[in-house]
Design a protein around this ligand. Structure first.
Ligand SMILES: Nc1nc2c(c(=O)[nH]1)N[C@H]1C(S)=C(S)[C@@H](COP(=O)(O)O)O[C@H]1N2
Ligand SMILES: [Mo]
Length: 413
């Protein structure tokens, strides 16, 4: 019997030969002409703030039913191109955007911006952004996901099915420090957070969460937040659905009950079983390659890869099925599994050229496993057909169907 490692050596040797042969067919190994210079219309601008190669075309697109700019000329819902993602950090310029209807992106002078903390506190406080930056800071990779991130049969690509999630490295002040500074009074049960733009993006967050791991972030991926992400400061509520992560944060009021703001009202359903699935999201995963509208060039070796995340902590494991969910095998986690961050998984796979259905499911540190659609339908006592829509946040498994010509299609279609 052939040992596993000799099998792998043989595979590497064969694939190196194959890749070498393919490259040789395209271009001679030596004597290749030097690449032309990049066309640089504004060298000063390129030097002061870099830009990507003109050959890289990856871009954000509007949510199908919610075009941006909308009829008021405003940003609405914009999807991140996660089919092109590598690693776990979403470039700030490709981070998904979700703004409440009628919301514009305010142009805030950070020198003029203030954060007020008041309500059930001994000392109401007002901070400038510079003052916030003097506090001890924390840097953490955290995902954000909009509650509207829901795969539909009409979606063609993973950008459409799952593009309302992104992961950044955020830097900011723990909210608990500021609340302690203000001196919270007995009976505090929630905070209400408010943004500085016209629609305010107000939302209520349980006080326990506010004191646990929330951040007031001013940094994103090594620089200041982008305007679409809430410049100059935003609230981060790790693992909670996107709506709670208030951008352009200007006010936090400590209150005695859940204020059920306009936003909260739109997101919370009285059914306790739905509510349980709403505020803290996941566990969830999706295959980003091969995914909808991509094409495998023929039978052979591929790595199935994708992202997994959970609002309840770290990702413990990811399993892959290449036979439509009959059997599952463990994928490799290729990045550290940070709590409430995207985790990158990969699964070495040889495609035999036959039609198949691939899918991923993850398990988080609490031991909760991402459900398949059939499992979710069973839980909700509904038929597992195209009419089934998971109530609350949808973290169900998305199948991709690979046709024998290598084309990849949404398995819900
Ligand atoms: N002030 C304000 N905060 C806001 C919003 C908003 O419209 N205004 N949108 C919320 C919603 S619905 C989501 S999903 C996240 C999206 O964050 P992002 O646009 O940085 O991806 O921000 C939340 N915070
Ligand atoms: Mo959202």
């Amino acid at each position: 019997m052939e040992s596993k490692s000799s099998g792998r050596r043989k595979f590497l040797k064969n694939s190196a030969a194959l890749i070498g042969a393919a490259a040789a067919g395209v271009r001679p190994a030596s004597g290749q002409a030097p690449a032309p210079d990049m066309d640089m219309p504004d060298l000063d601008a390129l030097i002061s703030y870099g830009q990507r190669s003109p050959f890289v075309k990856s871009k954000r697109i509007s949510v199908m039913e919610r075009m941006s700019p909308d009829e008021f000329g405003m940003t609405f819902h914009v999807l991140s191109p996660i089919q092109d993602s590598v690693g776990i950090i979403t470039p700030s310029s490709l981070h998904y955007v979700s703004t409440h209807r009628g919301s514009y992106v305010p142009n805030i002078d950070p020198q003029e911006h203030r954060l007020l903390i008041h309500g059930m506190v001994d000392r109401p406080l007002i901070f400038t952004v510079d003052e916030l930056k003097r506090f001890p800071f924390v840097t953490r990779a955290l995902f954000l996901e909009c509650l509207g991130n829901r795969a539909k049969p009409a979606h063609k690509t993973v950008q459409e099915t799952h593009g309302l999630t992104s992961c950044s490295e955020w830097t900011g002040v723990p909210l608990s420090l500021l609340l302690k500074e203000a001196g919270v009074q007995n009976g505090a049960a929630f905070i209400v957070a408010e943004g500085a733009e016209s629609v305010k993006g107000t939302t209520s967050i349980p006080f326990g969460k506010a004191m646990d791991d929330c951040l007031i972030a001013y940094g994103q991926n090594g620089e200041a937040l982008r305007p679409h992400q809430g410049f100059p400061i935003r609230l981060l509520v790790p693992g909670f659905e996107g709506m709670h992560n208030v951008k352009y944060l200007r006010r936090i009021k400590v209150v005695e009950k859940d204020y059920m703001t306009y936003n909260d009202y739109g997101h919370i359903v009285p059914d306790a079983r739905v509510a349980a699935l709403t505020r803290q999201i996941g566990p969830k995963s999706v295959i980003t390659y091969p995914s909808g509208e991509q094409k495998l060039s023929g039978p052979g070796y591929y790595e199935i890869t994708g992202l997994a995340w959970s609002g309840f902590g770290v990702i413990r494991n990811v399993e892959i099925s290449t036979d439509g969910g009959q059997t599952w095998k463990l994928a490799e986690l290729r990045t550290p599994s940070y709590a409430m961050a995207h985790t990158r998984f990969a699964f070495p796979w040889t495609w035999d050229g036959k039609e198949c259905v691939i899918m991923s499911r993850c398990t988080d540190e609490l031991g909760s496993r991402q459900p398949t659609r059939a499992e979710s339908a069973k839980y909700w006592n509904k038929p597992d057909d195209s009419s089934f829509r998971t109530p609350g946040a949808d973290n169900t498994v998305l199948p991709w169907r690979i046709a024998s010509d290598g084309s990849v299609h949404n398995g819900l279609a």
